[in-house]
Design a protein around this ligand. Structure first.
Ligand code: IFM
Length: 418
């Protein structure tokens, strides 16, 4: 398969993972500043305080992109740099930074793709209940509108949220991410509000009719495979799929939650609390494209633990390959996901907004890293994407995670995806 000449090859990053300068030019505190400062939360006590110093060195970084021949670059804006307390008057220095970044990208011939929320909620909003407070959904739409108005003439690809599953479940169920809460019912409510805020931002975007601009959302999708062919494991895999994938895909594309899981959540957790207007709101906010983040598949079995819907088990077949994150290398999963979206969700326009791998990068030769593992990982995933495109999948671009080694959340700087 030959990729089209205008295919948007690129790389992706996120504000808290690369920018640093957390106390500069009026930026407000975020939940990740607060969470990283707590001993024990992050590997080695690392924080994003300096990160890759992209806030100061963005010009060099854009030069790196130009040197590599990137056609696109996906970055996120830091809500607290633009609105230090999450709402109210905009911070002109924050706006100025993203204006300069976008201008530098365009000068270098690189298409900017902007994600509005990559997990760094302003702490001031967290103090008022964060994503559990429905008001945050409106503040998000206001923040999005500020950016549509400031950058809409130059940015044509907009993404509301990055991986709402991770923001909700790692932030509120497992507590491995900010704000570090462990309560599944609260996680389900947060996931719902993230989706409501997405729909409100899409509406705000549509009301502006920005010429040539598109809006979507990025989901982390994981194909689920039953670990055995026993009926209980098949059922567990299908529940996993509802939990991980369809809970987010269905509201975005079908304006509804999958009924089976909604009933389970309501019965077991009394969550999410829905308002009458929510499902019509989802239905009234169709996306122009879907961002797909793909890293690995999941092998799933039934769980013996009461109340647990399924169990994810590690692959143990001979020759299984893993990245430094312990994630199985399974390029076929990307093909499976892309083809499934095409067949089951109305042939949407798609973009792989993240895919990549952390490897130890130790084999230094003449000052260079011989990263054959990563090259092979990418080659196999590009082939999987090409195969899906050959079957008609409308894939428009592919951003590798990530441009430069950066702050890998709870792993600090110990995992190198760059
Ligand atoms: O670093 C993260 C990114 O922020 C979101 N998607 C997965 C990446 C690797 O874990």
């Amino acid at each position: 398969y030959r990729f089209p000449i205008d295919f948007l090859w690129g790389a992706a990053t996120a504000a808290y993972q690369i920018e640093g300068a957390v106390r500069e030019d009026g930026r407000g505190e975020t939940i990740w500043d607060r969470f990283s400062a707590v001993p024990g939360n992050i590997f080695g006590g690392h924080t994003g305080e300096a990160a890759c110093d992209h806030y100061h060195r963005y010009r060099e970084d854009v030069e790196l992109m130009r040197g590599m021949g990137l056609r696109s670059y996906r970055f996120s804006t830091a809500w607290a740099r633009l609105l230090p307390s999450g709402k109210g008057p905009a911070n002109p220095k924050g706006l100025d930074f993203y204006q300069r970044l976008v201008d530098a990208l365009l000068e270098a011939g690189i298409v900017p793709m902007t994600t509005l929320y990559h997990w760094d909620l302003p702490q001031a909003l967290q103090d008022q209940g964060g994503w559990e407070n429905r008001d945050t959904t409106r503040f998000f739409a206001d923040y999005a509108s500020l950016l549509f108005d400031a950058l809409g003439d130059r940015v044509k690809w907009w993404i509301t949220h990055n991986e709402p599953y991770v923001a909700a479940y790692m932030g509120y169920k497992t507590g491995e991410h900010a704000p570090g809460i462990r309560d599944e019912a609260r996680a389900v409510q947060v996931a719902h509000h993230l989706l409501v805020s997405h729909a409100l931002a899409v509406q705000a975007f549509r009301s502006r009719a920005i010429a040539g601009a598109k809006i979507g959302i990025t989901l982390n999708l994981h194909p689920a495979y039953p670990a055995t062919q026993q009926p209980e494991d098949l059922q567990a895999a299908s529940l996993f799929d509802l939990y991980q994938n369809r809970w987010f895909l269905d509201p975005v594309f079908r304006g509804s939650y999958p009924r089976e899981l909604l009933e389970i959540f309501l019965e077991r957790l009394a969550a999410p609390r829905l308002q009458e207007e929510d499902l019509p709101l989802f239905a009234s906010a169709p996306v122009d494209f879907l961002g797909v983040n793909y890293y690995f598949r999941n092998l799933v079995r039934r769980s013996e633990r009461p109340g647990q819907l399924f169990r994810v088990v590690p692959p143990d077949y001979p020759g299984a390959r893993f990245t430094e994150m312990g994630w199985e290398v399974w390029p076929e999963g990307l093909y499976t996901i892309l083809v499934r979206l095409h067949r089951e969700y109305g042939q949407p326009e798609l973009c792989v907004t993240e895919n990549g791998a952390a490897f130890p990068d130790e084999r230094i030769r003449d000052g260079r890293i011989d990263d054959e593992d990563r090259v092979q990982f990418l080659r196999e995933h590009f082939q999987a994407a090409g195969r899906a495109m050959a079957e008609g999948v409308r894939l428009k671009g592919y951003q590798v995670w990530t441009l430069i080694d950066n702050f890998e959340w709870a792993h600090g700087f110990s995992k190198r995806f760059g």
